[in-house]
Design a protein around this ligand. Structure first.
Ligand SMILES: N[C@@H](Cc1c[nH]c[nH+]1)C(=O)O
Length: 416
């Protein structure tokens, strides 16, 4: 017989509780910054994703054929459909100022990791203006949320899509060379980068500037000083000024210790036009969040809308929380269990109803199914406060009336 095995995540009820608590924390924090929750469809139009530049690679999208033979994709990204939704609103009434958040699954399958097909993202998208205040606020939101989750040692690396792009544009590289160079910068592989650039017909000073990009990493003020030295155009100066302005705001929020600048930062998506950033926590070798400003995505959907956002990878956050032992102890599975005999059935069910109505978690059994707690015929209702169904720590008491039980539980409410 074929065996179907569960792989990876969410094998246990307790795992789901950790996940549920984490998502509640994220939602709560997003809400305090004025974000409202939205959803988008799971099945999306393949053309929309394949025609937009900067989206998920075509090969990484999971295609599905519907019953009419039409090709669809399972939602490979959330930023694009939300931008499309906002573009439609904007065309209809010319107002798009909006802060939206989501918790949704995204489906991508890369050649490097074919077993990894889906992940849950919890993200925010802010449609408004392109200002350093908006950029800093969204970075602050990311930091605030990571603090809520209990992380102590984390870093948000901030870069800019325009800085590197501007430099390499001057080098006029082919598409293929560009891809290779980006990979070398991303892995900070300086030796191979030197070899790669050696044979290229690029002016010496420009080569040096490109080579210094992976080194433009670390303490914001120092990196900014270093970056000044390789400025080659007004646009690069403008980009740097943008970073300086955002960093000043981050200092005013008082969270500059959580921030590093990384001008070699390159995100997965190519739709970014301004500030980009990634978040890292201890023991997880990949970013737990990614985001940035994507002012031109709306234009591709016929609506000019500056926007910035980011998404947390929920599964990575859970892994980090478990590894760093930051998860709160799971809540007791139930507050009380009521066992009853046939004679006292009405009393017992009334008590169960009243307690549930007051918000207690109650299980009720006619007699004790495990026979752990046999009920003598004259004891009528008995209850146990169960710390946890699997632990032995129980308080047992016998009652003859529903209201006695309800009153006692109420009195002990704090203890539960
Ligand atoms: N959609 C991006 C994250 C993001 C949200 N908003 C802006 N960027 C991603 O999946 O990497």
């Amino acid at each position: 017989m074929q065996r179907y095995t569960l792989n990876g995540r969410n094998k246990h009820v307790e795992d789901f509780q950790v996940r549920d608590n984490l998502i509640a924390t994220l939602k709560n924090r997003f809400t305090t910054y004025g974000y409202k929750q939205v959803r988008t469809k799971a099945f999306e139009n393949y053309e929309m994703y394949s025609n937009i530049t900067g989206t998920v690679k075509k090969d990484d999208m999971i295609k599905v054929i519907d019953t009419t033979g039409k090709i669809l994709v399972l939602r490979p990204d959330v930023t694009i459909p939300i931008t499309r939704m906002m573009a439609a609103v904007n065309q209809a009434n010319n107002t798009f100022w909006q802060r939206l958040f989501y918790v949704m699954d995204v489906f991508r399958q890369s050649q490097e990791m074919p077993n990894q097909k889906e992940s849950t993202q919890a993200g925010v998208e802010f449609f408004g203006e392109n200002t350093p205040e908006e950029d800093a606020e969204i970075i602050m939101l990311a930091i605030h949320t990571l603090k809520d989750l209990g992380f102590k040692n984390f870093k948000i690396e901030i870069g800019h899509a325009g800085f590197f792009k501007e430099l390499i544009q001057q080098a006029e590289l082919s598409e293929q060379d560009l891809g290779q160079l980006q990979a070398l910068i991303q892995s900070k592989n300086i030796a191979d980068m030197e070899l790669f650039l050696e044979g290229m017909a690029i002016e010496e000073e420009l080569k040096k500037a490109i080579q210094s990009i992976p080194l433009l990493y670390g303490d914001p003020l120092q990196v900014i000083q270093q970056a000044e030295k390789i400025i080659r155009s007004a646009h690069m100066q403008h980009v740097l000024q943008n970073l300086i302005d955002v960093f000043a705001l981050i200092k005013d929020y008082g969270v500059e210790d959580y921030v590093a600048i990384n001008l070699g930062l390159i995100n997965n998506m190519n739709y970014y036009t301004g500030i980009i950033f990634q978040g890292f926590v201890d023991r997880i070798g990949q970013p737990v969040l990614m985001g940035g400003r994507y002012d031109h995505l709306g234009k591709q959907l016929d609506s000019v809308m500056p926007a910035i956002g980011f998404a947390f990878e929920v599964d990575l956050l859970i892994q980090a929380i478990l590894e760093q032992r930051l998860a709160k102890a799971p809540k007791a599975l139930v507050d009380t269990v009521i066992y009853y005999t046939k004679e006292k059935q009405r009393e017992a069910l009334t008590a169960a109803f009243e307690l549930r109505n007051k918000g207690y978690q109650v299980l009720s059994f006619r007699n004790d199914p495990s026979n752990r707690n046999p009920i003598s015929s004259n004891s009528i209702i008995r209850f146990e406060k169960e710390q946890n169904l699997f632990s032995n720590e129980q308080i047992k008491q016998t009652f003859s009336k529903a209201d006695e039980l309800v009153t006692l539980l109420q009195a002990h409410k704090e203890g539960f």
